[in-house]
Design a protein around this ligand. Sequence first.
Ligand code: SAM
Length: 222
Amino acid sequence: MPLSVIATPIGNLDDVSARALETLKSVDVLYCEDTRVTAKLLARYEIRVPLQSYREEVHRQKIGEIIALLADGKHVGLVSDAGTPGVSDPGSWLIRDILAAAPETIISPIPGPSAAVAALSISGFPGDEFVFLGFPPHKKGRAAFLKAAMQEPRSAVLYESTHRIEKALEALAEIDPARPLVVCRELTKMHETIYRGTAVLILERLKATSTKGEFVIVISRK
Ligand code: SAM
């Protein structure tokens, strides 16, 4: 049986494919980041399968466990807290290490939501070519990262946390005050808000509404 890498919703629990639900129901063990987060999704669809966490502290031990289960003919599933595993989350390290230890492992994607693609899809910026940059570094290299993002000849998509969104927009405004941006807050959730305009304009609107939640920034190409 394969290792099924299953995309899950980025907020709205209705955003899960029929195939993802079928796969979640059929796995012998489901590996996830935070079992409490995944348990909520499973409860919503009345799915009962054994959950195992693959968080960083137990990562190494889990690699061996997963390989042994697959060798035993078990169907193993992998999800992250939200969206597509491996997109800016620990799923990619897990898959890398499984392949390093057992290169013949069959790994099959069950595609679905990802915050980056959802944001790009409504940006109105060219999506035929884009770069995904993940999270800017917190300290060292942050200024250079943001500068490089603004110099991209393609649409650039990045993630930012509620703690640093204001600072990120301030930095982007300094680099190029006229550049069109799209900032997506809390996509698919109750407080979903899409801000369009320059960094300064978006910052003003954000402060007037809320800087809480999860954010994706899409930068129009230079
Ligand atoms: N694997 C996920 C994916 O496919 O989108 C991303 C995981 S990463 C650890 C979490 C970051 O994704 C958040 O800090 C935020 O930048 C972005 N994100 C996830 N869900 C979001 C949402 N509903 N609205 C806006 N951004 C979101």
